[in-house]
Design a protein around this ligand. Structure first.
Ligand SMILES: *Cc1c(COP(=O)(O)O)cnc(C)c1O
Length: 411
């Protein structure tokens, strides 16, 4: 008898964005003349930059000729891309990595979800709250998260991030073996200073814990004092894995490419003896069984963002989104909203009106302004009382949405 993996049945039935889509569709059916503007889901809207398009055309042409055709690539990714990453993403920040510490992937989601396979099912996990749900759900699938009830996983330690603590999570007061951090943060758009991040690295070193550091929004940091990589912190090579993605950096959500950094010094303990296991080698072994690489065309596309033209063009698009964020922030603050984030990240985290919970606020924005937001509580218990807006929209839509919200608030 083939028995199902019961852990999957513990997952909350509806994925947040499916819930939202259902409500938006109901609204559209009853209001066919209204044009709905989405500031909800975190997908980009601007096209790939010319340097990337040119590189992709060239790569496709190579595939058309026997002499330059590419089949399966190297498992950890092509050297041309890994070298470009070392030279551009890390060396300028004083971080010396080896190409073999970089694993090219098909975007950060798969690796942030799969990485937990390297550790025993009975390790304890902790996440900042609110949080990108992939971390908890992927752990739930192998039974590490416990049961889901009233918006919480019973075996997950939550580190609340709210306006009360300025969105700076406190270190756990109990043992946590696996820690997920995402900075700049989705959904709150807030960041961690070097001093704060150092506390987490020291906690991990002290407790032999591992930090999974999701830096998918690193390119949006504008404040020079904010760390772009966890490896800017001394000792992090011994306790942290970092995830990067070209999705938000360069509009690759439909192309698929990112990478994971696993330093050679990173090891995990065994239960039965004193020896320690090298996680870089273990992940390599895992990947060679379960992953056959990111397409050659995608990797050439990613390489192109490190050329002088590519860098300039990618910066312009990020600047466009951040100008959206500035417009949204200014408008909402003027209207009396309490707004967080939006300065080093493409997300604004906004306090709901007094006495209004996240879903009620969502409905009010939808029915009064035809604007789609994301209810904060969908990202975890500490998200109640907030909603998220993304700055990934078209400028015209952003302006129109702000106009509608202004009219509604002032009515
Ligand atoms: C968008 C996003 C990613 C990137 O996902 P891809 O699979 O690379 O497209 C990773 N982490 C967070 C928190 C994100 O919001």
């Amino acid at each position: 008898m083939a028995l199902v993996n019961e852990h999957f049945l513990k997952l909350p039935g509806n994925y947040l964005f499916a819930d939202i889509a259902k409500r938006v569709n109901a609204y559209k059916l009853s209001h066919p003349k209204e044009r709905v503007i989405s500031l909800g889901i975190g997908d980009v809207t601007q096209p790939l930059c010319p340097a990337v398009i040119e590189a992709m055309h060239k790569a496709v042409e190579e595939m058309a000729t026997k002499a330059t055709f590419h089949g399966y690539g190297p498992e950890r990714g092509y050297d041309f891309l890994r070298e470009a990453i070392l030279k551009n993403d890390f060396l300028p920040r004083g971080i010396h990595l080896d190409a073999n510490e970089i694993f090219i992937n098909d975007g950060a989601k798969s690796d942030t979800a799969n990485i937990q396979e390297l550790l025993r099912w009975d390790n304890s996990i902790g996440v900042t709250d609110p949080i990108y749900p992939v971390y908890t759900d992927s752990n739930a699938m192998i039974g590490r998260a416990g049961l889901f009830s009233e918006g919480r996983w019973s075996s997950v330690t939550y580190f609340p991030c709210t306006e009360e603590n300025d969105f700076i999570p406190a270190l756990p007061d109990r043992r946590v073996d696996m820690i997920y951090l995402c900075y700049p943060n989705n959904p709150t758009g807030t960041v961690l200073s070097k001093e704060e991040l150092r506390k987490w690295v020291n906690y991990a070193l002290h407790n032999d814990a591992i930090i999974f550091y999701d830096a998918a929004y690193e390119a949006y940091i504008t404040d020079d004092s904010i760390p772009h990589s966890i490896y800017e912190i001394k000792g992090a090579r011994k306790c942290a894995i970092e995830f990067r993605s070209y999705s938000k950096t360069a509009g690759f959500t439909g192309i698929r490419c990112g990478y994971t950094v696993i330093p050679k010094e990173l090891t995990a303990a065994r239960l039965d003896d004193e020896s320690r296991i090298n996680l870089n080698q273990l992940w390599d072994r895992r990947q060679s069984t379960k992953f056959n690489g990111t397409s050659y065309v995608s990797q050439r596309a990613a390489e192109a963002i490190y050329t002088p033209e590519g860098k300039q063009q990618v910066r312009e698009t990020i600047g466009y989104y951040m100008e959206n964020a500035r417009i949204m922030r200014e408008t909402l603050v003027k209207l009396g909203f309490k707004v967080y984030g939006g300065e080093n990240a493409p997300y604004l985290w906004v306090k709901t009106s007094p006495g209004t919970d996240s879903w009620k606020m969502f409905d009010e924005l939808l029915y009064s302004c035809a604007v789609v937001s994301t209810p904060g509580v969908g990202f975890g218990p500490s998200g109640e009382g907030y909603f998220r807006l993304t700055s990934f929209g078209d400028r015209d839509n952003v302006l129109e949405a702000m106009e509608r919200i202004s009219r509604w608030v002032k009515r």
